[in-house]
Design a binder for this molecule. Structure first.
Ligand code: MN
Length: 293
């Protein structure tokens, strides 16, 4: 099933160009109706009583997981992107990083670039949605803990701060549009992944080129921390990342998984040098003598 959340927290399944609303308890869950289904460990629900069917183009899609318990990322996980960035390290050398759950953006949403003068890149990535609590997974059992897959963008400012800062601005983790359940994905290690900016192809690769495949990545991540139902794990990006500018439209397409499209805006962006904290009165300005010495 391809599961979407739409029109104020309704859960639906895609059927061609239609959305069929699914029966849910509609219990208040700040993590959304899909998270409630995943956490309950019950099969995806059937159609609602009157199975309202809507045209996909006529509904307002929301983030399938608006508030994941955590979002993990793999820093450099494709050989091609590693060469592009000039590094020679592996996931195990760099570890995984955390992105703020508040960075999630709904499909069709707008990425807000924070700075007028710092390069900010798109990174198209296959995202794994965890289905069952997992700790110290072995690679050969890891996929049993996957609920499904979705398209993601790991938006990244190319400045000098820690990864978790540069990648955690609000709107920096577009997810969706649908979460495709794991039974519909034959092999997460053999999927074509592409991205476009304004219709121009920027990334075109296979998940086969990952340094750590999904099973190894889950084994590594779960050796560090417990994975919870609804956690989202970004699996890294292939070569072809590039800067975003105001007015861009970014599209991600992953074979068997789906498609995600968002736009980009510089509304509210500020010069990097004027960001809060840059001028700290407790620190001496450059060239002055430190009075404490
Ligand atoms: Mn990334």
């Amino acid at each position: 099933m391809r599961l979407v959340v739409f029109d104020g927290g309704r859960l639906g399944a895609l059927d061609g160009d239609d959305v069929v609303e699914l029966r849910t308890a509609r219990l208040p869950d700040h993590r959304g109706p899909l998270h409630a289904v995943i956490a309950s460990r019950s099969p995806a629900p059937g159609p609602a009583a009157h199975a309202p069917r809507r045209r996909l183009a006529e509904v307002r899609l929301e983030a399938p997981l608006p508030q994941p318990s955590k979002i993990l990322g793999a820093p450099v996980n494709y050989l091609s992107h590693r060469n592009e960035m000039g590094g020679h390290h592996t996931v195990a050398a760099l570890g995984v990083f955390l992105k703020a759950p508040s960075s999630v953006l709904a499909p069709g949403g707008t990425i807000r670039l924070p700075y007028t003068d710092q390069r900010t890149d798109h990174e198209a990535e296959l995202a794994v949605v965890i289905g069952r609590t997992a700790r110290n997974l072995s690679p050969d059992r890891a996929l049993e803990h996957v609920f499904g897959y979705t398209c993601a963008l790991d938006i990244t400012v190319r400045s000098g701060e820690e990864r978790s800062t540069r990648k955690s601005f609000d709107t920096f983790t577009p997810l969706g549009a649908a979460v495709t359940t794991a039974d519909e994905v034959s092999d997460p290690g053999r999927l074509r992944i592409r991205s476009w900016v304004n219709g121009a192809l920027r990334q075109d690769a296979s998940t086969q080129d990952m340094i750590y495949g999904v099973p190894e990545l889950l084994a590594y991540a779960s050796s560090v921390m417990t994975l919870w139902p609804g956690d989202v794990i970004l699996t890294g990006t292939p070569a072809g990342v590039g800067p975003l500018t105001h007015g861009d439209t970014v599209t991600v397409d992953i074979e068997q998984v789906g498609r995600l499209e968002v736009t980009v805006s510089t509304a509210g962006a500020i010069p990097y040098a004027t960001r809060p904290g840059e001028r700290n009165p407790r620190l001496a300005p450059p060239g002055s003598r430190d009075p404490t010495i």
